[in-house]
Design a protein around this ligand. Structure first.
Ligand code: ADP
Length: 315
């Protein structure tokens, strides 16, 4: 049996002249966390709305493969929990009352609803604020309450559209903790963001979209492989690096580039991988250089976007 939960095939969506999605295909496996990355305006929210059936697509197909026998396409909302970018909460109702209202919309009631509310509030670390109103909450707490609301009906797929925008560090951590718990429970997640490091923390698989097109669709490890330089050796020398020493370093195996400050004492060697750092350090010592500082660093996955598009993810 296939373990694919969601299949998006060749989806196109136009807003007037603007093509927001042009031939997007991706799939989400059961239990998988998909990081959907792209700069502002790439088409992430449009894709999320299309998956949730909130907008009509012009072309393509979106299919949710339910584990429950007999479920129909029209039931898709039952299997998806959406945490939208725009917060949908009633400021004058308590957290508990907000969740009762959302639960009611999903046909939940009575003791079952109360049990689910309690466990959803615990999941997002708001159990002690059940009686408080969102008007007294920080932006991050409101977002956590939104996540709780989206989980009440126990959906198989939770979609979070930029869940950490405008969120304080404490809530950010609470959100990550909650998502880790959901992952461990075997839920499938789609997490959209324009922060690579956030997505990297959670995602098993990454899809990068730009101008409505998929430009990468692979595991984080495979994406790293696409980086020409996967590591850096940052250094500071007591004396300036001579031009011939610079050329010798650049000719060494695995050295992709050398960025040198105007003093020629401080710099960074871009390396294919960290294993090449040792030979570079040895060379500098053989040349009589005194190293005041050195450290290796792994390249950031964020640089993949730069490599693929020539632009930074947050331009
Ligand atoms: P993202 O979520 O990646 O920031 P969006 O899906 O919101 O991107 O937007 C993709 C493109 O579609 C953008 O160029 C945006 O201006 C346009 N767009 C989104 N929604 C609408 C709309 N309702 N009407 C017209 N254009 C829209």
């Amino acid at each position: 049996m296939s373990s694919v939960l969601l299949e998006v095939q060749d989806v196109c969506k136009r807003y007037g002249e603007r093509e927001a999605l042009s031939g997007v295909s991706l799939s989400v496996q059961k239990g998988q966390t998909l990081g959907l990355l792209g700069p502002n305006g790439a088409g992430k929210s449009t894709l999320v709305s299309a998956i949730c059936g909130l907008i009509r697509i012009d072309r393509g197909n979106i299919a949710l493969h339910y584990s429950e026998a007999g479920a129909k396409n029209a039931d898709s909302k039952k299997y998806i929990g959406l945490v939208p970018q725009d917060l949908a909460l009633f400021e004058d109702l308590s957290a508990n009352e907000n969740l009762s209202l959302f639960g009611g919309l999903y046909g939940l009631s009575g003791k079952d609803l109360q049990t689910r509310i309690q466990s959803a509030l615990e999941l997002v670390s708001l159990a002690d604020r059940a009686k408080d109103k969102p008007s007294d909450f920080s932006g991050g707490m409101k977002r956590r309450l939104n996540i709780a609301a989206a989980m009440l009906h126990d959906p198989e797929l939770l979609i979070l559209d930029e869940p950490t925008v405008g969120v304080d560090p404490q809530s950010r951590n609470a959100i990550f903790d909650a998502l880790e718990v959901l992952k461990a429970r075997g839920k499938s997640l789609i997490y959209t963001s324009h922060y690579m490091e956030e997505v990297e923390r959670l995602a098993d698989h990454l899809v990068i979209i730009d101008h409505g097109k998929v430009i990468a669709n692979s595991s984080p490890a495979e994406l790293y492989q696409r980086l020409p330089a996967q590591a850096a050796l940052n250094f500071e020398l007591a004396q300036a690096l001579a031009p011939e020493q610079k050329n010798a370093l650049l000719a060494m195996p695995g050295v992709m580039a050398l960025e040198l400050a105007s003093s020629a004492c401080t710099g960074a060697l871009r390396l294919q991988d960290q294993d090449h750092a040792f030979a570079c350090l040895q060379y500098l010592q053989q040349q009589g250089h005194q190293l005041l500082y050195f450290a290796t660093a792994k390249a950031k996955l964020e640089e993949v976007f730069l490599t693929l598009t020539g632009r930074s993810l947050r331009d």
